[in-house]
Write a protein that binds this ligand. Structure first.
Ligand code: FAD
Length: 516
């Protein structure tokens, strides 16, 4: 289909325009929209597409106020859209205001910047001059005055007013305002350096810098390792009481649900637990595979490879390793082109009778516990397991950098119960796995793919409100992983990320709490 032939896919956080949805996105929508009209054969479009994809991830939190869309004008079925919007050259980028009328052609970004920060600033300029009717999800972007601050808490029942002091040409304040637009209990505003009264009252000397104002009139400077957008955003999103909109109702029901479920196991959020890894194996072997009464062909090969990699790299207790080795031997001896799950389960049951070869009965989630039974658990365990395996393969000096990732890819493709997840993951693997050239780059690829998923599903219904999706690791877990370029753009220090991953997922740091 056109969507697949084009430069973007469903996993890019870019709305792919078609004849069927173009009206709902561009006409009378509550959000403004930025649309790239491109032709899939055009070289400039191809080289611009990674920038546009990164932009979509960079401003994904802004979606309720401004969404990013794209349309492939080279696709026959889209020709009418591009003619209707009078597109002459590729790529063209247009801004459509919220509540645009049917006859609006949008505003052309002529000679638009080809870098993320330039584009982001252009979008902010468009939003700030949007005029009425204003997109309802877009918070005020203009600077706040001392007079407004003085009466703020009289009319706004929030816990924090975050003030970003900055020069008038700086975009940091408006970026953070938009980053936080989906969060409750906090309002972010910018204050210009020229607002001398406030600057003096708070004793502000650095621009930019961020201060928290409380309803009782107290204030304090926000502690960040760098005075830059992503650092403010990280800290503000995670302040106690700050929640993603619409999740407050879920929170209050937690206690009730939990009392009838398993007891809560307290744990350290910065550590990996063996109980989660074993529960993941248990679920995969006893529940997920059981959905396939006959396992054959490609699926059988991927199961054999999965177990072989586990037997090789899983950093487990000896009982578990003995089980994995027996299962592996049994599977490698199956020469038919299919096995039944029943035979597989029988073998598991028999092996479990052997002293010193067993998985604990049932699942026991610790670091992957959710605040409600339908949150986290198995998918959390799958990610954790494969991060651990890429790290183990690296420290074991694996010669094939694709060994673990191709096993993960094929297991997910053939068995992972969440089929949408599997499709998205397969898309990412198809696009990016060939760049993996060494065991460390395999670790980094999985880390980065996981962050892409985190960014795409932040705020989704499946997100546990007590475990918001973030770009990981957050600065409090690894501050040197985060860096900012001179213009304040966030950068990962991938060398530091690599050493962080090596240590975080290393077998010697895995905790054995709550095992029998
Ligand atoms: P998870 O994302 O499961 O992460 C588990 C733990 O890993 C975190 O608690 C953290 O300690 C650590 N971690 C977080 N980010 C990283 C990182 N970048 N690198 C290393 N470690 C990290 N859900 C959907 O709704 N849509 C999807 O398309 C989708 N695709 C998925 C694809 C795969 C292959 C998998 C395994 C899961 C997918 N899921 C998808 C589920 C989703 O990603 C989460 O697993 C689930 O929502 C539970 O989230 P969590 O809060 O436990 O954290």
């Amino acid at each position: 289909s056109a969507a697949q032939a084009g430069l973007y896919t469903a996993s890019d956080q870019i709305t792919l325009l078609t004849r069927d949805n173009v009206e709902s996105v561009l006409v009378n929508s509550t959000a403004a929209a930025v649309v790239e009209f491109y032709a899939s054969w055009c070289g400039h479009c191809i080289s611009f597409s990674p920038v546009y994809k990164s932009l979509a991830r960079d401003i994904s939190e802004w979606r309720p106020a401004v969404s990013l869309a794209a349309v492939d004008c080279a696709a026959e079925e889209n020709r009418k859209i591009c003619v209707d919007y009078k597109i002459r050259g590729f790529p063209s980028i247009k801004f459509f205001r919220a509540f645009s009328k049917e006859d609006s052609y949008g505003t052309n970004y002529l000679g638009f910047p080809r870098d993320i920060s330039g584009l982001r600033h252009a979008i902010i300029d468009s939003l700030e001059t949007h005029g009425e009717p204003w997109p309802p999800s877009c918070p005020p972007l203009e600077p706040i005055s001392q007079a407004e601050v003085d009466v703020f808490f009289g009319t706004n029942p929030v816990q924090y007013l975050a003030l970003i002091f900055e020069e008038s040409r700086s975009y940091v304040g408006r970026e953070v305002i938009l980053d936080l637009l989906q969060f409750e209990n906090i309002t972010v505003r910018r204050v210009l350096r020229s607002e001398v009264g406030l600057v003096t009252k708070l004793g502000v000397t650095a621009f930019p810098s961020c201060y928290l104002y409380y309803p009782d009139g107290q204030f304090s400077r926000l502690q960040v390792s760098r005075e830059a957008r992503s650092f403010y955003t990280y800290v503000l999103m995670r302040l106690p009481g700050v929640l993603r909109s619409g999740k407050a109702g879920l929170i209050s029901s937690v206690v009730i649900t939990n009392s009838s479920a398993e007891p809560w196991r307290s744990f350290n959020r910065t550590r990996v637990y063996m109980a989660d890894l074993e529960s993941t194996l248990h679920y995969a072997l006893r529940v997920e595979l059981a959905a396939h009464s006959l396992i054959k062909g490609e699926a059988l090969t991927s199961l054999k490879n999965y177990i072989a990699v586990l037997a090789k790299y899983f950093p487990g207790r000896s009982v578990v390793m003995n089980l994995l080795k027996s299962v592996n031997t049994w599977l490698q001896n199956q020469t038919a082109d299919h096995i039944s799950y029943e035979a597989f389960r029988e073998m598991l049951d028999n092996t479990a009778q052997v002293p010193d070869a067993a998985l604990p009965e049932g699942e026991r989630w610790v670091g992957c516990q959710g605040s409600q039974p339908h949150f986290r658990r198995y998918p959390c365990g799958v990610w954790t397991l494969f991060h651990v395996l890429t790290v183990q393969a690296n420290s074991a000096g694996a010669s094939n950098p694709h060994e673990v990732l191709s096993v993960m890819r094929n297991y997910v493709k053939n068995f992972f119960g969440c089929r949408d997840c599997a499709d998205h993951f397969e898309t990412m693997a198809r696009e990016g796995l060939r760049t993996v050239s060494s065991p460390p780059s395999a670790m980094l690829w999985l880390w980065s793919a996981h962050n892409r998923v985190n960014s795409r599903i932040a705020g989704a219904l499946s997100e546990d409100p007590h475990f918001p999706k973030i770009q990981w690791p957050p600065p409090e877990m690894c501050s040197s992983c985060h860096a900012a370029s001179s213009d304040g753009e966030h950068r990962w220090n991938t060398n530091r990320v690599l050493s962080f991953l090596s240590s975080h997922f290393s077998s010697s740091r895995i905790l054995n709490d709550y095992l029998e």
